[in-house]
Design a protein around this ligand. Structure first.
Ligand code: SF4
Length: 242
């Protein structure tokens, strides 16, 4: 039950979380970076996934890790060799940033990628999203993660009237409010939000009719047909319609 101080926008938040997590347990894809908590492997996957489809990243992820199995191996590589390993994925700036990150972590953190989002954000090529992703997906820290998929879902579910261009800070606040406090559950919740944005609540179409969180989503509730059934007689005063 939401507390009395829960803002109106979030009164369906517990139901949203519950339904989303249940759906993810049944329908979440088995992806190689979801089977590991190795921070270096997670960082590689996150750099690759920036602006590249999951299916394509799957082709390159294992090969890259086979060539550079540790962060020390990557740090010791020549820039040209790293670029060659990235060939076909495009956006080579990501490879250069990942390489610089590896060198910085070896030099400054003895080869251990930090778990603190603020320390992560100080590393080359790491913005707020990647810092949250490494902290959550590698270290199971209860921290929000907002990428374009998550932003879309949160906007449609909780702030459908907010302009896309004006909503960045608001969506991070919303994600922070929704993220479970238990790290392991936060891991699942963040993965599930991204998965919903990738498979159901997509940029091209919001498949509200088959969406697991429809009843807890502002947009979904507006587009759902009202359940039919025999009209019940209400006692007392009728409720005001919203
Ligand atoms: S109900 Fe529709 S708008 Fe809401 S999260 Fe699901 S697909 Fe997106």
């Amino acid at each position: 039950m939401p507390s009395k101080s829960t803002p109106r926008a979030f009164r369906h938040a517990p139901e949203f979380r519950r339904r989303l997590l249940r759906w993810f347990r049944r329908h979440g894809r088995d992806l190689p970076w979801r089977r590991t908590r190795n921070p270096y492997h997670i960082a590689v996957s996150e750099f690759m996934l920036q602006q590249t489809q999951v299916a394509r990243v799957q082709e390159y992820y294992q090969a890259f890790l086979a060539r550079y199995p540790t962060i020390e191996a990557l740090a010791a590589a020549r820039p040209r060799a790293v670029r060659e390993s990235w060939e076909g994925l495009g956006y080579y700036r990501r490879a250069a940033n990942l390489h610089r990150l590896a060198r910085a972590v070896v030099a400054e953190y003895d080869g251990v990628i930090p778990s603190d989002p603020e320390q992560l954000q100080a590393l080359p090529g790491v913005g707020r999203y990647t810092a949250g992703a490494v902290a959550s997906f590698a270290y199971e820290r209860a921290t929000p993660v907002v990428d374009t998929n998550v932003a879309r879902v949160l906007r449609r579910a909780f702030h459908p009237r907010t302009k896309v261009s004006a909503s960045h800070t608001r969506l991070w606040d919303t994600a922070g409010r929704l993220t479970p406090t238990r790290g392991k559950t936060a891991w699942s919740f963040n993965q599930a939000l991204m998965e919903l944005g990738a498979l159901v609540c997509t940029a091209r179409i919001a498949k509200c009719g088959s969406c697991p969180v429809r009843q807890a989503c502002k947009t979904g509730r507006l587009t759902s047909p009202q359940p039919r059934g025999p009209a019940r007689q209400r006692r007392g005063r009728p409720r005001r319609s919203r």
